[in-house]
Ligand binder design. Structure first.
Ligand code: AMP
Length: 289
């Protein structure tokens, strides 16, 4: 493996990014890509560190992708902190920050979208109809622009990972996806850029997400196998909490997201709630019992 440089290069043009990646590939350097929407936290940096460990060059993209937001969602208020993101990326030794403008990624008259079927009809796809069409489109564009050997995604967005896995498989893309476990705050809250919207009280309320998952795990470990019993008890716990609105509680197959009646083999428990201004998600996997 080649020695790594420690200077962060900022790139906002697609043609420049492509030229850099082509030159890396010509030199037989492996490229790792970490796609993000910025406002970086330890969850993102953990993906970055995985890439830095195994790839010769690491590209982090920061792009708040407008096509994945619905008309009443938080595109305009989504937290943006480019300067402090740059400092974090420099500190860990990332090579390239790709941060294109909206116009660069979606010029006037842009018309092409990717639609992964079936698995996008459940969970977040049901609550946010534009989400996965926008995610699939932007991720395919990023893969074409950056030409990574490896791309790193977090299991915090479990369904998003499944959608991207389908995209890579179905469209025969030459990129290896690397799954990275959820990074949590010390008290259990899954790290998220959207946590910054939370007031101290809302942050306390948000903790009920990871707490519910932990309680569900404990019940399953003690022998409960009925998905309805687990789901009802999560619902009961969450619905009493002031300032929290349940979007979904899903106990399902971790690959196709179809609802499960019995928790017998690998099962995903996925939650989405609204706390104050933030829509928060969390999940856990129950391994075969
Ligand atoms: P985002 O900037 O929210 O679009 O996230 C960019 C990438 O970071 C996605 O692959 C996310 O799944 C991942 N990610 C975000 N938060 C976490 C976390 N707490 N733990 C692990 N991965 C995360």
């Amino acid at each position: 493996m080649e020695t790594k440089t420690r200077v962060l290069k900022e790139v906002s043009s697609i043609s420049e990014m492509k030229a850099i990646s082509q030159s890396f590939r010509k030199q037989n350097l492996t490229i790792g890509l970490v796609p993000t929407m910025g406002c970086l936290h330890e969850g993102h940096l953990n993906l970055v560190k995985k890439s830095l460990k195994t790839c010769d060059r690491t590209v982090v993209s920061i792009f708040v992708n407008p096509t994945q937001f619905g008309p009443n969602e938080d595109l305009d208020t989504y937290p943006r902190q480019l300067q402090s993101d740059i400092e974090k990326l420099e500190e860990v030794g990332v090579n390239i920050l790709f941060h294109p403008s909206k116009k660069e990624m979606y010029p006037k008259d842009y018309k092409t979208y990717i639609q992964v079927q079936d698995i996008t009809e459940h969970l977040c796809g049901n609550s946010r109809p534009n989400l996965f069409k926008g995610v699939s489109t932007v991720v395919l564009k990023l893969f074409n622009i950056v030409q990574p050997h490896n791309a790193y995604f977090g299991e915090k967005d479990w369904q998003q990972l499944a959608v991207i896995e389908a995209l890579v498989e179905d469209l025969n893309l030459d990129v290896v996806l690397k799954r990275v476990p959820i990074v949590r705050e010390a008290d259990g809250l899954a790290m998220s850029s959207r946590n910054r919207y939370l007031s101290p009280q809302e942050r306390q309320t948000a903790l009920s997400l990871s707490r519910s998952l932990q309680e569900a795990r404990d019940k399953i470990r003690q022998g409960t196998t009925s998905a309805k019993t687990i789901s009802d008890s999560i619902r009961q716990g969450l619905s009493g909490i002031e300032g929290l609105e349940i979007d979904y509680i899903s106990i399902c197959d971790p690959k196709d997201f179809k609802k499960k009646e019995q928790i017998c083999d690998r099962t995903l428990i996925a939650l989405a709630v609204k706390v104050g201004p933030s829509r928060l998600i969390d999940n856990c996997i129950i391994e075969e019992i």
